[in-house]
Write a protein that binds this ligand. Structure first.
Ligand code: TRP
Length: 439
């Protein structure tokens, strides 16, 4: 079977941006930017996302591209090259990030299920009828979520089934432009509402004193890693489908910029509207499933804007969920020789079945989400960084990143990756554990 490739650099950037833009941009960023100092938060955030996390992005892409394999095969190759027979250890290590991202997929699909339900509710005009604050609690954690969860799993499955070009790339080519267009429309609506100014201030007025708080820096760092989907599996497998002539440093600048743009647009679409109606700009599910539907119930034209909003979030969800399923599918195909169809079907069934107990029990759901995002995912990001910069080697790493690029990193990049980036990836893991999650 011939390995597929993205159609070109644009397609590669698009799918990576699709992975990067997800709930992290919507329900975390918009709240964090306000909570941790407004414009002042952007300083550590931009510093970390462009200065540190983008190195992780280039590392994962270049690692995948150099080995033309996902994490399992790639780790196996570089270990075997170092020492004959060590390949098995590499493969076992590579299994960790793939399993981590797959475990995230398991609960992410459940959240997409909730989003689909709310998309449906927006259609039926239900936000004007139901008791919004109560509704979320009566819906989640019950068997009523199972059907929606199934739709999310099937949707992801269908996209991944059609493969790299005709599935993932094509879906992103439709979803990403629509997502940006909708966000723009929503921003215009949101900032022109009466009382929107307080929300704009919440986002933009810099509270410089927050920069003196360690927590601001920690949250910005966690955000930077999570938002770029660093975990040693997703961006690595996406890189493995990149053509050799793809300019990785320039693609990284573009992907990070688009991702940042989406975060800012989401914040501007959400926060001013939330303030205009005197609601709580809470973080996480409370923002998305309580404050926002309440906004649409009250806002002029809220019916249409509500539909658009939930459609855009559903798109953000699917473009991320496919990127969580693909690493496992690639690894499975590579190791067993199964066809894509069989691998996708099997893994989707497994993900759905493991997710079932989480559907009906919110405390199990919370535990699962915590363990996977706090411990396993940052561990995967750290391991990938060590294997790339230390086992594969910092000199080869730099050469692969520089390959066919107009931007050439000098010798300094080697200690930067080997010591600074690896250390920061380790610190992210430790801080996650200490703080109980920062991503
Ligand atoms: N970056 C996405 C977000 O911000 C989440 C995501 C998608 C992700 N794929 C990933 C996170 C892989 C870690 C690993 O919501």
């Amino acid at each position: 079977m011939k390995r597929e490739k993205w159609t070109g650099k644009m397609g590669f950037i698009l799918v990576s941006v699709g992975s990067a833009i997800g709930l992290g941009n919507i329900w975390l960023f918009s709240w964090r930017v306000g909570e941790y100092g407004g414009a002042a938060f952007l300083i550590p955030y931009l510093l970390f996302v462009f200065g540190i996390a983008s190195v992780g992005l280039m590392e994962e892409w270049a690692f995948g591209r150099s080995q033309v394999k996902g994490a399992i095969g790639a780790f196996e190759n570089v270990f075997e090259e170092k020492k004959e027979g060590a390949g098995k250890i590499g493969a076992a290590l590579g299994f960790i990030p793939v399993a981590a991202v797959f475990s995230i997929y398991i609960f992410y699909a459940i959240v997409i299920g909730w989003l689909l339900k709310y998309f449906f509710l927006s259609f039926t005009g239900a936000f004007n009828v139901i008791n919004i604050p109560e509704y979320f609690g009566t819906f989640t954690g019950t068997a009523n979520t199972i059907g929606w969860h199934a739709v999310a799993v099937i949707g992801t499955m269908v996209i991944v089934f059609f493969g790299v070009q005709r599935g993932i790339e094509k879906a992103n080519k439709i979803m990403m432009p629509v997502l940006f267009a909708i966000l723009l429309i929503l921003v215009i609506r949101s900032v022109t509402l009466e009382g929107a100014m307080d929300g704009i201030k919440y986002i933009f007025v810099p509270e410089w004193s927050k920069l003196a708080e360690v927590k601001t820096w920690i949250m910005a760092l966690g955000q930077a890693f999570f938002t770029l989907s660093l975990g040693g599996a997703t961006m690595l497998v996406y890189g493995s489908y990149a053509r050799d002539d793809t300019d990785i440093p320039s693609a990284s600048i573009q992907a990070v910029s688009f991702n940042f743009m989406a975060s800012m647009l989401a914040a501007l679409a959400i926060i001013p509207a939330v303030f205009a109606f005197g609601l709580d700009p809470a973080a996480g599910p409370g923002l998305l499933f309580v404050s926002i539907p309440t906004v649409f119930a009250k806002m002029p034209g809220g019916y249409i804007f509500g539909i658009l909003f939930f459609l855009s979030v559903v798109f953000a969800g699917f473009s991320s969920s496919v990127s969580m399923l693909e690493p496992a599918v690639e690894g499975f195909m590579d190791k067993t020789g199964f066809s894509r169809g069989k691998a996708v079907l099997l893994l989707s069934v497994v993900a759905f079945l493991i997710g079932l107990p989480l559907d009906v029990d919110m405390s199990k759901f919370g535990t699962w989400a915590d363990i996977t995002t706090i411990y396993v995912l940052p561990f995967g990001a750290f391991v990938a960084a060590v294997v790339f910069f230390w086992v594969f080697g910092a000199d080869k790493a730099r050469a692969e990143i520089n390959k066919n690029s107009n931007i050439r990193f000098g010798k300094w990049f080697e200690p930067y990756g080997k010591y600074i980036f690896v250390l920061v990836a380790f610190v992210v893991l430790v801080l996650n554990i200490i703080y109980g999650g920062i991503g």
